[in-house]
Design a protein around this ligand. Structure first.
Ligand SMILES: Cc1cc2nc3c(=O)[nH]c(=O)nc-3n(C[C@H](O)[C@H](O)[C@H](O)COP(=O)(O)OP(=O)(O)OC[C@H]3O[C@@H](n4cnc5c(N)ncnc54)[C@H](O)[C@@H]3O)c2cc1C
Length: 510
């Protein structure tokens, strides 16, 4: 299976009990989570003829070419956040909201705010579409030798890029008004001696062109992204891997269904307890599914929370002590500056260009990217987003018996410092060159959109995501990462790694 099939998830079943009738008790496979890792896993299981239920906590959104489906940074809605009573995002005022199953989970732990997608399609609905490979040297510093960079580079990175039709922004778009921020960013970088290259993006080039010519409601070109794109302008999982999985006839998806616990079944396999949600945040009841193979793809936070709880409450006591450990932020930092000259009107959301800085002048090796926030509309503000190769700072997820909560127990603000200081020094260098000014807004430090690790490959699992201690139990998402990609945004590596792991497991067995 390869290639790109742009189409919407039209045959996705609604979240009702009938959806999974006859699919309850002894499924060959369950996948928890429908983000990057879960969607790849579902497709490969479906193609192998294995009946698979994908259980997803979030909603299935229907895009519209003309209407505003989601809130955005300047007009957030309750549905912008996963069960919060107050909006929490650097560019969004902390307004009171209703706790509902919304599209973005944002949680605060000691010294770090962590964001992750919560919808059918997972992070692929809220991400910035930047689809980059880590440099070999830093990947190999962080990952076990048994995960071959060469194999990913030759086989699985190209496969994943093809499946989501990742492309570079062409000059026709780059020269348009909404990409002023990208041209300015590139000029600043070049004049400081750090020329950029174009990054692959999954923002659909043709749809962005249609937004510009007025045949689609503007979404990407006005900066919508973090809370969803109403016209589905990103080639997200609901338009790539998931429809392909459903077309196999072996895969079904159950939305608004959150897995709360995992137990082993007496005769082999697993039982998962779920809570079903109504869109207004009320419970639609509890249920249990049974399966022979269980794939955890609930993201770094989701998978880690489920596994730590299972180990420490004694439902899966044989899970290793590595579960919950080696968690990191991918060295994410947002730093702000301005540019001289006229601001563009509203600006496009997608990241266009990147430079990898590892000359040792500013601190640790860091990838610098341009980004845009709607909070800067009508100002000359620029956003520099960076991911640093932080090999040292890691956290641990633990279960607190008294509260019954799994949390990030040992993080603190100083663990962000190496990455943040590197990014801030680089930002200041650009300002000192006289090609940018300081921002009037404070840098929103202590934020990651790239939670990684918690079920590390080669430690908590074997080299293909088989979780140690239990047959037929797998992790297939960003929880497998060693806390940091190695100088890249994670999504491409999540897809490529899941492709690699599934190819191996389907060939060699449980
Ligand atoms: C604002 C933002 C911008 C980003 N920009 C980029 C970018 O430009 N490029 C890039 O590479 N990466 C980006 N990322 C990061 C990227 O989205 C993640 O690294 C990626 O989504 C991780 O994939 P995953 O499969 O591990 O998990 P996810 O894609 O997060 O999928 C996990 C799924 O599991 C579901 N789930 C969780 N818990 C449960 C449960 N208990 N029961 C049932 N379902 C559950 C979630 O709702 C979700 O759908 C961004 C992230 C954010 C938040």
């Amino acid at each position: 299976m390869g290639g790109y099939h742009p189409e919407q998830l039209t045959n996705l079943a609604p979240a009702t009990a009938e959806t999974v009738d006859g699919w309850h008790d002894d499924l060959p496979a369950i996948v928890i989570g429908s983000g990057f890792g879960g969607s790849v896993t579902a497709l490969r299981l479906g193609l192998a003829g294995i009946r698979t239920l994908v259980i997803e906590r979030g909603q299935h959104y229907q895009y519209s070419p003309t209407k505003m489906v989601f809130g955005d940074e300047v007009s957030p809605r309750s549905e912008s956040f996963w069960f919060r009573t107050q909006a929490l995002w650097p560019t969004v005022p902390p307004v009171a909201i209703n706790p509902v199953p919304g599209i973005l989970e944002v949680a605060r732990y000691n010294g770090i705010t962590v964001a992750a997608g919560a919808a059918v399609g997972g992070g692929s609905l809220v991400y910035t579409g930047c689809t980059v490979q880590p440099p070999r040297r830093y990947f190999e510093t962080l990952w076990p030798a048994g995960v071959s960079y060469r194999e990913l580079d030759e086989v699985y990175y190209p496969l994943a890029r093809g499946m989501v039709d990742a492309r570079r922004v062409p000059s026709s778009l780059y020269q348009s008004d909404p990409f002023t921020h990208a041209r300015v960013f590139d000029d600043q970088m070049a004049s400081a001696g750090y020329p950029t290259t174009r990054a692959h993006t999954t923002f659909n080039i043709d749809k962005m062109g249609r937004e510009l010519d007025g045949t689609l409601r503007p979404s990407a070109i006005i900066g919508e992204s973090t809370f969803g794109n109403s016209d589905g302008v990103k080639n997200d999982m609901t338009q790539t891997y998931l429809p392909a999985a459903l077309r196999t006839g072996n895969v079904r998806i159950q939305a608004l269904t959150e897995v709360t616990a995992i137990h082993p079944r007496r005769h082999g396999g697993y039982l998962v307890d779920v809570t079903r949600w109504n869109a207004d945040g009320t419970s639609a009841g509890h249920h249990q599914f049974g399966c022979r193979m269980l794939f955890l793809a609930a993201g770094s936070m989701g998978t880690t929370r489920l596994l730590v709880r299972a180990r420490d409450t004694g439902t899966l006591p044989e899970l290793s002590e590595h579960v919950g450990g080696n968690w990191g932020t991918n060295g994410d930092t947002i730093a702000l500056r301005t540019f001289t000259g006229q601001p563009g009107r509203s600006q496009a959301a997608s990241c266009v260009s990147t430079a990898f800085v590892d000359d040792g002048v500013f601190g640790i090796p860091t990838r610098i990217e341009n980004w845009y926030s709607m909070g800067f509309d009508d100002t000359n503000g620029l956003v520099q987003f960076s991911v640093a190769v932080d090999t040292d700072n890691r956290g641990t997820w633990t279960y607190d018996k008294a509260s019954g909560v799994v949390g990030l127990s040992d993080w603190s603000a100083d663990k962000n410092a190496a990455a943040e200081q590197t990014a801030l020094r680089f930002n200041q260098m650009i300002i000192d060159k006289g090609v940018a000014g300081p921002s009037q807004f404070p840098d929103p430090l202590g934020l990651t959109a790239h939670p990684l690790g918690g079920c590390e490959i080669g430690e908590a699992t074997d080299l293909y995501g088989r979780i140690h201690g239990y047959l037929g139990l797998y992790a297939m998402d960003a929880s497998l990462f060693p806390g940091n990609v190695g100088g890249a945004n994670p999504s491409l590596t999540v897809m490529a790694l899941a492709e690699r792991n599934m190819a191996h497991i389907l060939k060699h067995g449980q």
